[in-house]
Design a protein around this ligand. Structure first.
Ligand code: SF4
Length: 391
């Protein structure tokens, strides 16, 4: 089965990426024909103003992949912008994409919401107003999706600094307009990115695409576009199916979703020192304020991590010792840091090696590009012929 999957080059990968994407790719590359690409054009859809790190991020992404075990002799690793056929197909598919498919695309709306939320949060922080994250998310959500007035009492509870006038915050949140963020992402490129994504997939006649649940609408657009094209012209495209991947249960070090925008990630390239510091700062069971109080591993983020990185016997011991107050959180974290370092060491070593060998990376990318181009240009020949676009 042919698989296509890509990642945007937005910086170094973290553990959330490893367990959410890479681990799945490692399984797939042993059984299927895999095309993995650096989606550098997609990185431009909301970050087109400053492109100074795009090339370096592309290298860093490929370094991360190979360091984690993605093997160029098994998988085709390539860079999207090197295969111009993606752009041509995206343009042609755009001709037959109803605007409503894109307007209704839930991830378009969600991404807009997230950007709006970040904008409001930064705006308030700029005025030294701190609102508890969940509260702010909820009130911004009400204002963004339902155009509802901010719930005053709810907001008041979420104010971190109680000397701040909640009325003022309420006014600011309600009066900030979606359009205030809009300038950056109110672009044709951002609006149409699902069409480019469909082109990325369809051009390889991929039979399956590994995705998280939030990406399902994109696959649906790709399938619909394949059907529409095949019906209007000739049956060129394969309808790709979604290979649903489980979203990782690993949270960030502060217990929220692991995300670079929260600054709570553990990067795969983290040094031992940085990692130890991060693990020691991890949130644990909030009720366990001293060692003599028995802990609740089931609500502790550190314990969840142990389930990923520590052997099962030690995990059992930790559970028992935590619930009977025989082990302190610092000791428990030190065990985790040691195991996490053991997990990351081979990745770090491979990284170091690759960092020094750009020639090898260029070779991998060039060879991958060639393989990808061969398939893509064949499909485009069929597309042009079917549509009668021959000149
Ligand atoms: S001992 Fe470990 S599992 Fe228990 S609360 Fe502390 S960090 Fe969490």
């Amino acid at each position: 089965m042919r698989i296509v999957s890509g990642m945007r080059p937005t910086g170094k990968l973290h553990l959330g990426h490893y367990f959410g994407v890479i681990k799945n790719w490692l399984n797939l590359q042993d059984k299927e024909e895999c095309f993995f690409f650096v989606a550098d054009w997609h990185a431009l859809t909301n970050k087109y103003k400053d492109t100074s790190d795009l090339k370096e991020n592309t290298y860093q992404l490929v370094i991360d992949w190979i360091s984690c075990g993605i093997d160029p002799s098994k998988s085709t690793i390539f860079v999207q912008s090197a295969i111009k056929e993606h752009a041509e197909l995206s343009l042609l598919l755009g001709m037959l994409t109803p605007k409503s498919w894109l307007e209704l695309n839930p991830s378009y709306k969600d991404l807009k919401f997230n950007l709006f939320f970040q904008y409001v949060r930064d705006f308030l922080l700029g005025k030294s107003i701190k609102v508890e994250e969940d509260t702010l998310r909820q009130i911004v959500h009400d204002s963004f999706y339902h155009k509802r007035e901010v719930d005053f009492e709810y907001l008041e509870k979420g104010l971190v600094d109680l000397s701040i006038d909640a009325n003022l915050v309420k006014e600011i949140v309600f009066n900030l307009k979606e359009g205030d963020i809009g300038k950056d992402i109110d672009t044709f490129g951002f609006f149409g990115y699902p069409v480019l994504m469909a082109a990325d997939i369809l051009i390889y006649k991929a039979e399956a695409v590994p995705v998280g649940e939030d990406q399902l609408p994109h696959i649906e657009i790709s399938r619909e576009l394949a059907r529409r094209f095949n019906h209007l012209y000739k049956p060129v495209f394969v309808e790709p199916k979604a290979l649903l991947t489980e979203s990782p249960k690993l949270l960030g070090i502060d217990g929220r979703k692991m995300s670079k925008s929260y600054g709570n990630t553990i990067a795969l390239s983290e040094t031992e020192e940085e990692l130890n510091k991060k693990v020691l700062s991890m949130k644990t069971d909030t009720q366990r304020i001293k060692k003599s109080i028995p802990g609740r591993p089931e609500v502790c983020n550190v314990y969840t991590y142990h389930n990923y990185f520590t052997d099962s016997q030690t995990v059992k011991d930790i559970y028992q010792k935590c619930t009977t107050a025989e082990i302190g959180c610092i000791e428990c974290k030190k065990i985790l840091a040691e195991n996490l370092n053991r997990f990351l060491n081979p990745i770090r070593e491979k990284r170091k090696e690759l960092e020094k060998d750009r020639q090898f990376l260029d070779k991998v990318i060039l060879e991958g590009n060639e393989k990808a181009r061969e398939v893509a240009s064949k499909t485009m020949k069929e597309v042009r012929e079917s549509m009668g676009v021959m000149f």
